[in-house]
Design a protein around this ligand. Sequence first.
Ligand code: PHE
Length: 352
Amino acid sequence: MTSDVIKKLNKIYAEALEEVGKGKLYAQRRVELEIKYLGRKGKLNDVFKEMAVLSDSARKEVGVLANKLKSDLKLQLGQAQLQNKKSATTITFDETIPGARPKIGSLHPITQFLERIMAVFSTLGFEIVEDREVETTVYNFDKLNIAFDHPARDMWDTFYIKIKNKKEKIKNKEESSLVLRTHTSPVQIRAMEKRRPPVRLVVPGRVYRHEATDASHETNFYQLEGLVIDRNISVANMIYVLHTVLKQLFGDKVKIRIRPSFFPFVEPGHEVDMSCIICEQKGCSVCSGTGWLEMLGAGMVHPVVLKNMKVDPDKYSGFAFGMGVDRLIMLYHGINDIRLSYSGDLRFLKQF
Ligand code: PHE
């Protein structure tokens, strides 16, 4: 019985040595052989199981042999792999090869430009305010004097998600809904909940619209809202600020003009145009031959909106404006498709 087990062990050992000697022993092969012969379910351990029937002294004898064979085999495997490594072609490290330059990213062109605009406003003493992109219809419309059934809401058509919030119920008993803000104007109201006049603030941020996309329309884009409230603020102050900012951004030659327009939250309302910087007013495709570019919506803050801000319209007045930041960037860099900014295409982004 004992000799049977010993024979078996020796046979397995011989078999294992033969396999070790066959071909080159790469790491992978070494692991395979280790598992096959020395592993928990390996061949040598199988024999251990048969030892249960042996007498104590026989078991001891076989045990000693089995352990010796195991450690021998381990040694053989190690040496064989070492041998193989030595014979392999030596690869030396060439320290003169230039290293792989790490790729350094850059700020997105929109971020870069927003920072420029905000730097200009900061020098004029404006505070920078940010707020939520998911807004209630109460702030996006109602508090901005856009009544529930007023056709002006069509200018900011979007998707509505109904919410039940008793506190923000609006006058005509319609319940408030959540929308992705369609403009940065609701932040005028939000900001004035925590401030008292005089205020000078700008609000950069992403806005969302229900749009069919094309080269000049996107479903999301950036706006920069401005709000100034103080005593004796007039349209003249508004023109001065906007002209100064546009000159700082596009150069001293820039002229502006204002046209009457309608936004429910301002009275009077204006559209502000800038002289075409591409053709210097000779007429080109960017300005459709008019020499003027539509830049922003603006106006004197409506008394109803001032009241919604808990500001007394008899004491204070103010102006507000909203610029399409993407439009400015496109003009500044000569980009002809708004969608490029949101495409994540590195060929585009690497240019900034
Ligand atoms: N919120 C307006 C828009 O999105 C722009 C605007 C802002 C107009 C402030 C007047 C005053 O079109």
